[in-house]
Design a protein around this ligand. Sequence first.
Ligand code: SAM
Ligand code: ZN
Length: 277
Amino acid sequence: MLADVAALLRCPQCPEDDESALVLERRTLRCPRGHSFDVAKQGYVNLLGAAVPHHADTAAMVAARDRFLGSGAYAPIRDALRARVHPVEPDDAGRPLTVLEAGAGTGYYLAGALGERDRGLALDISPAAARRAARAHPRIGAVVADTWAGLPVRSGTVDVLLAVFAPRNPAEFARVLCPQGRALVVAPLPDHLAGLREALGLLEIEADKEAHLLARMAGYLVPDGHTDIRFSLRLTEAAVADLVGMGPNAFHDRSGEAGPLPDEVGVAVRLWEFITA
Ligand SMILES: C[S@@+](CC[C@H](N)C(=O)[O-])C[C@H]1O[C@@H](n2cnc3c(N)ncnc32)[C@H](O)[C@@H]1O
Ligand SMILES: [Zn+2]
């Protein structure tokens, strides 16, 4: 719920150095200078401060992602993230963590990462995604926000930040993390879903993606190890439709290009761990 995370949020309309927390009064978030943001009836708040861009994930894309992830297809990725957030299962003695997911989509990974008393902040540029993330877990608050525009989050408040198949803003990630904080970044390896991409003529993964990632992090976040997650996925027709429908390829008409589909496909992603520089 937003009440769990309101104190982490800062006003997108006030000067950047104003770190005052927003206060939730009934169904409105307010800053000390009088800006106010209404909480939608579905429980999320829009702090974009601008129109929703046309490339934001649509309700249909979010529904496809929800069905695909709900089938358990990517559960090994969720389990790996949880294991990094909580190397030891959380117990009552442990300090509750604040976990933020940037580009959270449906909130699937964030919900999976939370221990018993942790709280989660799901940020996404898509209102449809924020709507879904708001009900992914009782202690998740969901906010519409643009990772590139700067996070509406107070500095040094986050223990663990997740960015899973989502845009990264290293300066902002480093700013919101607390001194011992960690960023966990999941990105596809070059052979991720290779058989499926080939059969459907889908967008390829750029070969130099990883070099790019590390170069952009430099100065803000330092790599502290990585784990490769590989497993094979049985592909039903419904899974293929949802995989295509939930991703950027949904914006391209690829009909007519499809070859025979493989029965199984390899999932190959790298989970990076970063600490602040
Ligand atoms: C490939 S999806 C990943 C969603 C989720 N992390 C998952 O893996 O299920 C990318 C997400 O990033 C969001 N996104 C794209 N651009 C963004 C931006 N500039 N700021 C915040 N979110 C953004 C999209 O709306 C989408 O939900
Ligand atoms: Zn303000």
